[in-house]
Design a protein around this ligand. Structure first.
Ligand code: FAD
Ligand code: NAD
Length: 512
C-alpha cells in the first residue's frame, strides 16, 4: 500500500483531489508530495511493537519494525519470559523441598537438588524459543524487520543512522523502558544488579538484599528463597507492595515474606550501595529514614538486587530536538495513543506512542493492546483502551492478581460519585480443588457498585490467581453485573469456584 513518488514539481493542492485520502501530506512540508516507504513504521520490537505490527498487517498496511537489534525487547529477553522460567523452576524446587506439604499427601522424597546452571539454561532456552517465534511471526506476515535504531525527525520521517532516513504515513514509537537505578546506588552487574543481569542467574547469593517491594522485587524474592537464599527487602514507602490492594498486600506479606523468614524494612531508603566481590567482600548498603533522611542502618550482604522501578527508554529518540516535551522521559499521549507535544498539549500529526514509554501501565499485554489500538486509530476507527479493565499479575507462589480499583480507590470513587460500595470476599480454604492441592491459603475480593452491580475491582491472592483474574477482567470490560455473574456456572471442582463464591456473595447468595 505504500505509494511511489507522484510528482515532486506539482503542488500538493493541485494533486490532492487525485490522491487517495490517506496519502495526503498534512504537515508543514506539505508543498511537496511524498511517497512514503511504508504505511506504518514501528520503532521498537518489544511486545508492544510486535502487537502493533501484527494488527497493522491484518489491516493490510505495509509495515516495518525497527528493532535496534533487540528483537523481543524487555519482555522476551529480560522480563516476563526469563522471569517466569526461573519462577517455574524454582517453584518446583520449593514444592519438592516442602516435606510437610508432601507428607500431608503421603509423599516423601530423598531431598531435592538443583543445578543453578541448568535452571539458568531453562530460562535462556525459553527466551531463544519465544524470540524465534516472535521473529518468525513477523516474517510470515510480511513485516519488514530492520535491525536499525530509529530517531524521530519530523512527521513521517525517521533518521536510521549513516545519514539515511525512512518515511511512513504514520510512525508508532514503542521504545519501552529500562531499569531505574537510584542515585547513590552503584551497579556492577555482579554483586549489585538490576533484573537485566539478575535474570541470568549467574549465582544464587547466600544472603541477598532486594531494594524495592514492587512486582520485580517480590518475584525475585520468590525465586531466591525457593533456591535457598536468605533475603531482606528494603522499601522506601511506609507500606510494602504499594501497588497491591491494602488487604491483599497484608496477606502477601504473610505468605510471601514472613512465612519464609524474609526480613524487611519499610519507610527506609537505600541511599548508598557499594558493590563487593563474590566470596571476598560484602556489598555495603546504607539506609536512611525516608522521612527524616537520617542514617538508620548499614547492611552487609552477598548481593543486592535493585528493583526500584523502570524509566522510559526515550533519551535517544530525538524527541527534545523535535520539540516534544517528555517529562521524566514519559511520552505524553492522548487516549488514542497520539503523541502530544507537551502534557495536555497539541497532537503531533501521524505520531503515536505505545507501551512502557508512555507510562500509563508498564505491562506487556497493555503494550500490545495499545499497539492494536493505535493501528485502529491510524485506520480511522476511533479506539480507546479501557485501561481500568486490564488485569495485572505477580507470578509468585502463590500468585497475586488484580483488575480495576483497589479498595481505597473504590471507596474514594464511591464517596465522590455518591454510590454505595459493595465488597465480597471468598476464601481458597473453602475450595475443594485448592484443598486437594494442599494450597488453601488466599482470598478473592470483589468490589462493586451496589446501585448498578457493576464490578469496580477484583483482587486475588492464591493458587493460579493470574489465570483466575481473566474472567473478572473480561466481565469488567463487558460491563457484566455481579448478579449475572452469580448466575453463571463454574466447573466443579476448579479454582474458578473461588470467584463464583465471591460473585454469589455480592448478591447475598450462598455458595456452600
Ligand atoms: C523482570 C521483569 C519481569 C516482567 N514480567 C512481566 C510479566 O510477567 N507480565 C507483564 O505483563 N509484564 C512484565 N514485565 C513488564 C514488560 O516486560 C513490559 O511492560 C513490556 O516489555 C513493555 O513492552 P514495550 O514493547 O513497551 O517495550 P520493550 O519490551 O522494552 O521493548 C522496546 C524495544 O524497543 C527497542 N528500542 C528502543 N529505542 C529504539 C529505537 N530508537 N529504535 C529501535 N528500537 C528501539 C528496545 O531496545 C526494545 O527492544 C516485566 C518486566 C521486567 C523487567
Ligand atoms: N508480573 C508482572 O506483570 C511484572 C513483573 C515485573 C515487572 N513488571 C513491571 O515492571 C515495572 C517495574 O517493576 P518494579 O518492581 O521495579 O517497580 P515498582 O515501581 O513497582 O516498585 C519499585 C519499588 O521500589 C521502591 N524504591 C524505589 N527506590 C527505592 C530506594 N532507594 N530504596 C528503597 N525502596 C525504593 C519504590 O517505593 C517501589 O515500591 C512495574 O511497572 C511492573 O508493573 C511487571
Amino acid at each position: 500500500m505504500a505509494r511511489r513518488v507522484l510528482a515532486l514539481a506539482a503542488t500538493a493542492a493541485a494533486l490532492r483531489p487525485l490522491l487517495p485520502k490517506r496519502s495526503r501530506v498534512t504537515t508543514r512540508a506539505a508543498l511537496t508530495m511524498h511517497d512514503y516507504d511504508y504505511d506504518v513504521i514501528i520503532v521498537g520490537c518489544g511486545v508492544g511493537g510486535h502487537g502493533a505490527a501484527l494488527h497493522a498487517r491484518s489491516q493490510g498496511l505495509k509495515t516495518c519494525v525497527l528493532s535496534g537489534g533487540d528483537v523481543g525487547g524487555t519482555c522476551v529477553n529480560r522480563g516476563c519470559v526469563p522471569s517466569k522460567a526461573l519462577l517455574a523452576a524454582s517453584g518446583r524446587v520449593r514444592e519438592m523441598s516442602d516435606d510437610d506439604h508432601l507428607a500431608s499427601m503421603g509423599i516423601s522424597t530423598n531431598g531435592v537438588s538443583f543445578d543453578r546452571e541448568g535452571v539458568a539454561k531453562h530460562a535462556e532456552q525459553l527466551v531463544n524459543k519465544v524470540r524465534g517465534g516472535l521473529e518468525g511471526s513477523l516474517g510470515r506476515l510480511g513485516v519488514d524487520l530492520v535491525p536499525k535504531f530509529g530517531v524521530y525527525k519530523e512527521p513521517h520521517v525517521l533518521d536510521v543512522g549513516n545519514g539515511e532516513t525512512m518515511t511512513a504515513q504514520d510512525i508508532i514509537l514503542a521504545p519501552g523502558s529500562v531499569p531505574f537505578v537510584p542515585p547513590g546506588v552503584e551497579v556492577d552487574g555482579e554483586t549489585v544488579y538490576t533484573s537485566d543481569e539478575g535474570l541470568e542467574l549467574k549465582h544464587v547469593p547466600e544472603y541477598c538484599a532486594i531494594i524495592g517491594s514492587g512486582i520485580i522485587g517480590l518475584e525475585f524474592a520468590d525465586v531466591y528463597t525457593a533456591l535457598g537464599a536468605e533475603c531482606t527487602v528494603i522499601e522506601a514507602l511506609p507500606k510494602l507492595m504499594p501497588a497491591f490492594d491494602r488487604e491483599i498486600a497484608k496477606t502477601a506479606e504473610r505468605l510471601l515474606l514472613t512465612n519464609r523468614g524474609v526480613d524487611y524494612r519499610t519507610n527506609v531508603f537505600a541511599s548508598k550501595v557499594t558493590p563487593g566481590k563474590i566470596g571476598e567482600k560484602p556489598v555495603i548498603i546504607e539506609m536512611i529514614d525516608a522521612t527524616t533522611k537520617e542514617h538508620v542502618e548499614t547492611l552487609e550482604v552477598d548481593a543486592c538486587m535493585v528493583a526500584t522501578g523502570r524509566v522510559p527508554n526515550t533519551k535517544k529518540l530525538g524527541l527534545e530536538e523535535a520539540g516534544i516535551e517528555a517529562p521524566r522521559g514519559f511520552v505524553q499521549v492522548n487516549d488514542k495513543m497520539q503523541v502530544l507535544d507537551k502534557p495536555d498539549g497539541d497532537v503531533i500529526p501521524h505520531l503515536y506512542c505505545i507501551g512502557d514509554a508512555n507510562g500509563i501501565q508498564m505491562l506487556a499485554h497493555t503494550a500490545s493492546t495499545q499497539g492494536v489500538s493505535a493501528i485502529e486509530n491510524i485506520c480511522g476507527r476511533t479506539h480507546v483502551v479501557d485501561h481500568e479493565s486490564i488485569p495485572a499479575a505477580c507470578f509468585t507462589h502463590p500468585e497475586v492478581a488484580q483488575v480495576g480499583l483497589d479498595e481505597d480507590a473504590a471507596a474514594e470513587r464511591a464517596e465522590k460519585e455518591g454510590f454505595e460500595l459493595g465488597k465480597a470476599v471468598s476464601h481458597f480454604r473453602a475450595n475443594s480443588k485448592a484443598l486437594a492441592e494442599g494450597e488453601g491459603d488466599g482470598i478473592a475480593k470483589v468490589l462493586f457498585r451496589r446501585d448498578t452491580e457493576q464490578i469496580l475491582g477484583v483482587h486475588i491472592i492464591g493458587l493460579h490467581a493470574a489465570d483466575l483474574i481473566q474472567e473478572c477482567a473480561n466481565a469488567k470490560a463487558a460491563g457484566t453485573t455481579v448478579r449475572d455473574l452469580a448466575f453463571t456456572t463454574h466447573t466443579h471442582p476448579t479454582l474458578s469456584e473461588v470467584i463464583d463464591g465471591a460473585f454469589k456473595e455480592c448478591v447475598g447468595m450462598h455458595s456452600h
